[in-house]
Design a protein around this ligand. Structure first.
Ligand SMILES: [Zn+2]
Length: 158
């Protein structure tokens, strides 16, 4: 079976955190500084495949990974990713992080989410939860947050 996340865990190279049932890495195509993925150790596609023990472990993993993001020198993370690139696209994303308004700032907020199913944009069929730090001023108007997965439908205020 060829699964990038199963292989990633076996290689251990990019693992920044590990709990009983999950591990984490920094996303190779970060949308904001500190963008991380919490990935199940068990090969399951869906959040709804988790058993109770995994659900409860996930709570701890989310809290721990947020703390880890806040205590990591992210400038070093992206400099290292540029020096040891996955591919050219990843270099472009990581370079953007070095110029980002939030680099070396404590995040002001987070978007936490799962692309649950192909219709929701999932590209890798192995459960991963995106932890996306947000910073005041990172986009012009953040209102609606995750509602903006459907373009132009985020803001219902006007
Ligand atoms: Zn897998």
């Amino acid at each position: 079976m060829n699964c990038v996340f199963c292989e990633l865990y076996n290689r251990k190279e990019e693992v920044i955190y590990e709990s009983k049932h999950f591990f984490a890495r920094f996303d190779k195509f970060p949308v904001s500084p500190g963008h991380a993925e919490i990935i199940s150790k068990r090969h399951v596609a869906s959040l709804f495949d988790l058993v109770n023990d995994e659900w409860s472990d996930l709570q701890h993993a989310i809290i721990d990974v947020v703390k880890l993001i806040e205590n990591t020198d992210l400038k070093k993370v992206y400099e290292n990713s540029i020096e040891n690139p996955l591919n050219e696209k990843s270099v472009q994303f990581c370079k953007k992080m070095l110029d980002h308004i939030g680099i070396n700032k404590k995040p002001d907020g987070y978007n936490i989410g799962v692309n649950e199913g192909k219709a929701a944009g999932r590209t890798i069929d192995h459960l991963h939860i995106h932890i996306i730090p947000r910073y005041f001023g990172d986009i012009e108007n953040p209102i609606g947050g995750i509602r903006n997965v459907i373009p132009k439908m985020g803001n219902y205020e006007k």
